[in-house]
Design a protein around this ligand. Structure first.
Ligand SMILES: [Zn+2]
Length: 67
């Protein structure tokens, strides 16, 4: 992956899952990312549904971004 590994909004450092879910929900080709707190804010859903999605994608194994 590479690129900027910090949240573009609050500057917190990101883990692989943060980046993967951002790519999944916002843009596959994103060069900059947001942490799940800021992404939840952007999507007006909060971080909880995003954490559930991360868990779902990881457990289902269907998404190549979560392996
Ligand atoms: Zn953030």
């Amino acid at each position: 992956m590479g690129g900027n590994r910090t949240c573009m909004q609050c500057g917190t450092s990101l883990v692989t899952d943060d980046i993967a879910i951002y790519m999944k929900l916002v843009s596959r080709t994103a060069q900059r990312y947001k942490c799940i707190d800021c992404l939840g804010e952007q999507l007006n859903c909060g971080r909880e549904p995003i954490e559930k999605l991360i868990r779902y994608f990881r457990e289902s194994g269907i998404c190549v971004l979560f392996r």
